[in-house]
Design a protein around this ligand. Structure first.
Ligand code: G3P
Length: 212
Protein backbone atom coordinates (compact mmCIF):
# COMPACT_ATOMS: atom_id res chain seq x y z
CA UNK A 1 0.00 0.00 0.00
CA UNK A 2 1.31 3.42 -0.92
CA UNK A 3 1.39 6.00 1.86
CA UNK A 4 0.80 9.64 1.04
CA UNK A 5 1.30 12.41 3.56
CA UNK A 6 -1.88 14.42 4.14
CA UNK A 7 -0.39 17.84 4.81
CA UNK A 8 0.75 21.11 3.29
CA UNK A 9 3.45 21.63 5.93
CA UNK A 10 6.93 21.83 4.37
CA UNK A 11 8.78 20.72 7.52
CA UNK A 12 6.66 17.58 7.78
CA UNK A 13 7.12 16.86 4.07
CA UNK A 14 10.90 17.47 4.21
CA UNK A 15 11.28 15.10 7.15
CA UNK A 16 9.47 12.21 5.45
CA UNK A 17 9.99 12.95 1.73
CA UNK A 18 12.21 9.90 1.17
CA UNK A 19 9.72 7.50 2.78
CA UNK A 20 6.38 8.62 1.40
CA UNK A 21 4.83 7.98 -2.00
CA UNK A 22 2.98 11.27 -2.48
CA UNK A 23 1.23 14.19 -0.77
CA UNK A 24 -2.38 15.33 -0.57
CA UNK A 25 -3.38 18.85 0.37
CA UNK A 26 -6.75 20.52 0.72
CA UNK A 27 -7.78 24.17 1.21
CA UNK A 28 -7.97 23.76 5.01
CA UNK A 29 -4.44 22.30 5.20
CA UNK A 30 -3.07 25.05 2.91
CA UNK A 31 -4.80 27.80 4.97
CA UNK A 32 -3.04 26.55 8.13
CA UNK A 33 0.37 27.28 6.57
CA UNK A 34 -0.22 31.01 6.00
CA UNK A 35 1.84 31.04 2.79
CA UNK A 36 0.82 31.94 -0.77
CA UNK A 37 -0.82 28.84 -2.24
CA UNK A 38 1.02 28.74 -5.58
CA UNK A 39 4.51 29.07 -4.03
CA UNK A 40 3.67 26.46 -1.46
CA UNK A 41 2.41 24.01 -4.09
CA UNK A 42 5.49 24.50 -6.28
CA UNK A 43 7.77 23.86 -3.29
CA UNK A 44 5.87 20.71 -2.27
CA UNK A 45 6.10 19.39 -5.84
CA UNK A 46 9.88 19.98 -5.79
CA UNK A 47 10.29 18.05 -2.53
CA UNK A 48 8.15 15.04 -3.46
CA UNK A 49 8.68 13.05 -6.65
CA UNK A 50 5.28 11.32 -6.32
CA UNK A 51 1.80 12.75 -6.99
CA UNK A 52 0.80 15.94 -5.13
CA UNK A 53 -2.94 16.67 -4.92
CA UNK A 54 -4.07 20.31 -4.97
CA UNK A 55 -7.74 21.29 -4.86
CA UNK A 56 -9.70 23.65 -7.10
CA UNK A 57 -11.81 26.30 -5.36
CA UNK A 58 -14.41 26.83 -8.12
CA UNK A 59 -17.81 25.15 -7.91
CA UNK A 60 -18.84 25.36 -11.58
CA UNK A 61 -17.51 23.15 -14.37
CA UNK A 62 -15.83 25.91 -16.41
CA UNK A 63 -14.18 27.39 -13.30
CA UNK A 64 -12.94 23.96 -12.15
CA UNK A 65 -11.49 23.13 -15.56
CA UNK A 66 -9.82 26.56 -15.83
CA UNK A 67 -8.26 26.31 -12.38
CA UNK A 68 -7.23 22.70 -13.00
CA UNK A 69 -5.35 23.68 -16.16
CA UNK A 70 -3.50 26.42 -14.23
CA UNK A 71 -2.64 24.08 -11.35
CA UNK A 72 -1.45 21.39 -13.77
CA UNK A 73 1.14 23.87 -15.12
CA UNK A 74 2.85 24.15 -11.71
CA UNK A 75 4.59 20.76 -12.01
CA UNK A 76 4.30 17.41 -13.77
CA UNK A 77 3.32 15.64 -10.55
CA UNK A 78 0.31 17.83 -9.69
CA UNK A 79 -2.98 15.97 -9.36
CA UNK A 80 -6.15 18.06 -9.42
CA UNK A 81 -8.48 17.52 -6.50
CA UNK A 82 -12.07 17.96 -7.62
CA UNK A 83 -14.98 18.01 -5.15
CA UNK A 84 -17.57 15.29 -5.84
CA UNK A 85 -20.90 16.35 -7.37
CA UNK A 86 -22.51 16.85 -10.75
CA UNK A 87 -20.15 19.68 -11.69
CA UNK A 88 -17.16 17.81 -10.28
CA UNK A 89 -17.90 14.68 -12.31
CA UNK A 90 -18.34 16.74 -15.50
CA UNK A 91 -15.08 18.58 -14.87
CA UNK A 92 -13.32 15.26 -14.17
CA UNK A 93 -14.53 13.87 -17.50
CA UNK A 94 -13.26 16.96 -19.35
CA UNK A 95 -9.89 16.83 -17.58
CA UNK A 96 -9.49 13.09 -18.21
CA UNK A 97 -9.97 13.77 -21.93
CA UNK A 98 -7.16 16.36 -21.70
CA UNK A 99 -4.87 13.90 -19.92
CA UNK A 100 -4.93 15.83 -16.63
CA UNK A 101 -4.83 13.64 -13.50
CA UNK A 102 -7.66 14.07 -11.01
CA UNK A 103 -8.46 13.06 -7.45
CA UNK A 104 -12.21 13.20 -6.81
CA UNK A 105 -12.54 14.18 -3.19
CA UNK A 106 -15.24 14.37 -0.50
CA UNK A 107 -16.56 10.94 -1.47
CA UNK A 108 -19.00 9.44 1.04
CA UNK A 109 -20.95 6.82 -0.94
CA UNK A 110 -20.27 3.93 -3.32
CA UNK A 111 -22.33 5.53 -6.10
CA UNK A 112 -20.22 8.70 -5.90
CA UNK A 113 -17.11 6.55 -6.30
CA UNK A 114 -18.70 4.66 -9.22
CA UNK A 115 -19.55 7.90 -11.06
CA UNK A 116 -16.07 9.34 -10.46
CA UNK A 117 -14.49 6.21 -11.94
CA UNK A 118 -16.86 6.24 -14.93
CA UNK A 119 -15.79 9.84 -15.58
CA UNK A 120 -12.15 8.73 -15.72
CA UNK A 121 -10.89 9.96 -12.34
CA UNK A 122 -7.29 8.93 -11.66
CA UNK A 123 -7.94 8.73 -7.91
CA UNK A 124 -10.98 8.78 -5.66
CA UNK A 125 -10.84 9.77 -1.99
CA UNK A 126 -13.43 8.35 0.43
CA UNK A 127 -13.23 10.21 3.77
CA UNK A 128 -13.30 7.38 6.31
CA UNK A 129 -12.68 9.48 9.44
CA UNK A 130 -15.53 11.88 8.78
CA UNK A 131 -17.88 8.90 8.29
CA UNK A 132 -16.69 7.28 11.53
CA UNK A 133 -17.09 10.66 13.31
CA UNK A 134 -20.84 10.35 12.60
CA UNK A 135 -21.04 6.77 13.86
CA UNK A 136 -20.86 5.34 10.33
CA UNK A 137 -18.34 2.78 9.04
CA UNK A 138 -15.78 4.38 6.76
CA UNK A 139 -13.99 1.12 6.07
CA UNK A 140 -17.21 -0.53 4.91
CA UNK A 141 -17.37 2.15 2.21
CA UNK A 142 -13.75 1.42 1.24
CA UNK A 143 -14.56 -2.30 0.90
CA UNK A 144 -17.61 -1.53 -1.25
CA UNK A 145 -15.67 0.78 -3.57
CA UNK A 146 -12.84 -1.74 -3.96
CA UNK A 147 -15.36 -4.44 -4.88
CA UNK A 148 -17.15 -2.21 -7.40
CA UNK A 149 -13.87 -1.17 -9.03
CA UNK A 150 -12.76 -4.78 -9.22
CA UNK A 151 -16.15 -5.88 -10.69
CA UNK A 152 -15.72 -3.52 -13.63
CA UNK A 153 -11.94 -3.32 -13.92
CA UNK A 154 -11.80 0.44 -13.30
CA UNK A 155 -8.27 1.84 -13.29
CA UNK A 156 -9.22 4.56 -10.76
CA UNK A 157 -7.14 4.17 -7.61
CA UNK A 158 -8.73 4.48 -4.20
CA UNK A 159 -7.04 6.77 -1.66
CA UNK A 160 -8.23 6.13 1.90
CA UNK A 161 -8.53 9.71 3.20
CA UNK A 162 -9.49 11.48 6.41
CA UNK A 163 -7.38 8.96 8.31
CA UNK A 164 -7.58 9.52 12.06
CA UNK A 165 -5.42 6.79 13.60
CA UNK A 166 -3.13 3.82 13.05
CA UNK A 167 -6.04 1.40 13.04
CA UNK A 168 -7.41 3.07 9.90
CA UNK A 169 -4.07 2.38 8.19
CA UNK A 170 -4.11 -1.27 9.28
CA UNK A 171 -7.69 -1.74 8.10
CA UNK A 172 -6.92 -0.04 4.76
CA UNK A 173 -3.99 -2.41 4.21
CA UNK A 174 -6.04 -5.48 5.20
CA UNK A 175 -8.66 -4.51 2.63
CA UNK A 176 -5.96 -4.13 -0.02
CA UNK A 177 -6.54 -0.39 -0.57
CA UNK A 178 -3.87 0.81 -3.01
CA UNK A 179 -3.19 4.10 -1.16
CA UNK A 180 -3.84 5.76 2.21
CA UNK A 181 -3.20 9.43 2.80
CA UNK A 182 -2.16 9.86 6.39
CA UNK A 183 -1.55 12.90 8.62
CA UNK A 184 2.02 13.43 9.88
CA UNK A 185 1.23 12.49 13.51
CA UNK A 186 -0.19 9.12 12.43
CA UNK A 187 2.64 8.39 9.96
CA UNK A 188 5.13 8.89 12.79
CA UNK A 189 3.15 6.49 14.97
CA UNK A 190 3.38 3.80 12.26
CA UNK A 191 7.11 3.47 12.99
CA UNK A 192 6.79 3.15 16.76
CA UNK A 193 5.93 0.54 19.34
CA UNK A 194 6.67 0.71 23.09
CA UNK A 195 8.06 -2.85 23.00
CA UNK A 196 10.52 -1.80 20.28
CA UNK A 197 11.75 1.04 22.55
CA UNK A 198 11.95 -1.30 25.52
CA UNK A 199 13.79 -3.91 23.46
CA UNK A 200 16.37 -1.37 22.27
CA UNK A 201 16.84 -0.12 25.84
CA UNK A 202 17.48 -3.67 27.12
CA UNK A 203 19.83 -4.61 24.29
CA UNK A 204 21.80 -1.42 24.89
CA UNK A 205 22.05 -2.09 28.64
CA UNK A 206 23.15 -5.71 28.00
CA UNK A 207 25.66 -4.57 25.40
CA UNK A 208 27.21 -2.14 27.88
CA UNK A 209 27.44 -4.91 30.51
CA UNK A 210 28.92 -7.37 27.99
CA UNK A 211 31.45 -4.79 26.85
CA UNK A 212 32.49 -4.25 30.48
O1 G3P B 1 -7.35 14.48 2.37
C1 G3P B 1 -8.59 14.79 2.88
C2 G3P B 1 -8.56 14.62 4.35
O2 G3P B 1 -7.42 15.25 4.74
C3 G3P B 1 -9.62 15.17 5.19
O3 G3P B 1 -9.24 14.87 6.50
O4 G3P B 1 -9.18 15.07 8.91
O5 G3P B 1 -10.16 16.93 7.56
O6 G3P B 1 -11.37 14.77 7.82
P1 G3P B 1 -10.05 15.44 7.75
Amino acid sequence: MKIYLDTANLDEIRELADLIDGVTTNPSLVAKEGRPFWDLLAEICRLVPGPVSAEVAALDVEGMVRQARELAKVADNVVIKIPMGLAGVRATKRLAAEGISTNVTLVFSPTQALLAAKAGATYVSPFVGRIDDRAGDGMELVAQILEIYSNYGFATQLIVASVRHVRHVVEAALLGAPIATVPYRVVRQLFDHPLTDLGIERFLADWKRAAG
